[in-house]
Write a protein that binds this ligand. Structure first.
Ligand code: NCD
Length: 418
């Protein structure tokens, strides 16, 4: 297996400098597209999009991006039309498809599926969304949009709203926002809050403490929250009993859909569906230059009357998917070399030697669903009592005697527990 290839499985597979390099190249491609200048950077290259879950934006913008770069595309757009429907595993699928293409973009319902694909494929793999885990390319579109429209990410007050438990876009986005110095507020109905492993990581790695609410349509009197959001002093002190509309405090309001397909029952979904929609009137309370964002598709979270408001950024955000994905394809294929983007993959943490019967606690984890995989765990920096699944990031109590694997690399291919 070649180790020189670059994959994009987690947003943390890219350094800050590399993210900036992706943005700079995306800007360049965007300008060229606007001029109608034909591009040939990926001429002769072939992209395979393997989408085992529904998609409009991610798959089509990747395919559009590849065509715009002069390359070609082959595609599985429906799980039912591939051998996965006959029971073929992820490992076998990518080991076959790698011979038909130069880069794979995969979307799959299992958490960690993209990491498995990257480990088994010898061509670069991009995560187009793996279960409830991550969606790094959506995050790049989101950050790019914020930076383009607000000029910066550092110091912005960003509200992440909706289904923060099952929404993979917000998991990658929260980590990236914290890295670039935004202040994060989470607004989620009870039961759909941001997962523990993401919160802990925000604090541990970026010293980013989140403020939390259950609804956007409420007032805030809590001085601690106001302090957290760094409301300017003149604004904070001009009232005896300070009261703020929550909506008025954010530079970016990022909505997400309730991820109906991830719920165990329809009743469970019904209990939270529609619980945090933004109505047109609520926009009156928002900042005049706030951005309303959404990865789309929307269901009922965003009133259609908001679309005409300049602050509604979601269609611009979706459009940015093409130049961003053009930049990613060109860089990961090595078709364009830019300063700041390394051709070497980031170091992966060394797996721990753990009891052989230890399984990941997350039932959606790829290791619980693809029987040939050996679960792998890594240490959690700064948390000696915890370990973390190397595929889905789920945290578990550290078992007795877990220690760092002496071997550099644990073999994956064809290895089974039996
Ligand atoms: C998101 C996804 O698939 O996670 N869509 C997208 O890629 N823009 C969000 C969603 O499905 O709600």
């Amino acid at each position: 297996m070649s180790h020189a290839k670059r994959d994009l499985v987690s947003i943390n597979d890219l350094s800050d400098e590399e993210i900036q390099a992706v943005f700079a190249l995306a800007e360049e491609f965007d300008a060229r597209l606007r001029k109608g200048a034909p591009l040939q950077a990926c001429a002769g290259r072939l992209l395979a999009t393997l989408f085992f879950e529904p998609s409009t934006r991610t798959r089509l913008s990747f395919e559009s991006a590849m065509h715009r770069l002069g390359g070609s595309v082959i595609s599985v757009a429906d799980a039912k039309s591939s051998s996965v429907a006959k029971g073929e595993t992820i490992a076998d699928t990518v080991r076959v498809v790698q011979h038909y293409c130069d880069l794979i973009v995969i979307r799959h319902s299992l958490d960690g599926a993209a990491r498995v694909s990257a480990e088994f494929a010898q061509v670069p793999v991009i995560n187009g969304g793996d279960g409830v885990h991550e969606h790094p390319t959506q995050t790049l579109c989101d950050l790019y949009t914020i930076r383009k429209e607000k000029g910066t990410i550092a110091g912005l007050n960003v509200a992440l709203c909706g289904d923060l438990k099952y929404g993979r876009t917000v998991h990658s986005l929260a980590l990236a926002l914290a890295r670039f110095g935004a202040r994060i507020t989470c607004v989620a109905p009870p039961g759909l809050e941001m997962p523990q492993h993401v919160r802990r990581r925000l604090v541990r790695e970026y010293n980013c403490n989140i403020a939390e609410f259950t609804s956007l349509d409420q007032v805030v009197t809590d001085r601690e929250v106001i302090y957290h959001l760094q409301v300017p002093e003149e604004q904070a002190n001009d009232q005896l009993m300070p009261v703020w509309d929550l909506m008025s405090l954010f530079d970016v309001i990022y909505l997400t859909r309730v991820q109906r397909e991830r719920f165990h029952s329809h009743a469970e979904y019904q209990a939270v569906a529609g619980s945090y929609a933004i109505k047109r009137a609520m926009l009156d309370k928002a900042k005049k230059d706030a951005l309303i964002m959404h990865p789309l598709p929307r269901v009922d979270e965003l009133d259609y009357r908001i679309d005409r408001d300049r602050r509604a950024a979601y269609f611009r955000q979706a459009a940015n998917g093409v130049p961003i994905r053009m930049a990613l394809l060109a860089l990961l294929l090595g078709a364009v070399k830019v300063k700041g983007f390394s051709s070497a993959p980031p170091a992966r943490p060394t797996p721990l030697r753990v009891p052989p019967d230890l399984v990941c606690a997350n039932e959606r984890c790829v290791t619980r669903n693809e029987p040939y995989l050996i679960p792998r765990f890594v240490s959690v920096v700064g948390e000696p009592d915890l370990i973390q699944c190397a595929y889905c990031d789920c945290e578990l109590p550290r078992p007795e005697g877990a220690r760092t694997e002496e071997r550099e690399e644990v073999p994956f291919e064809g290895v089974s527990r039996a």
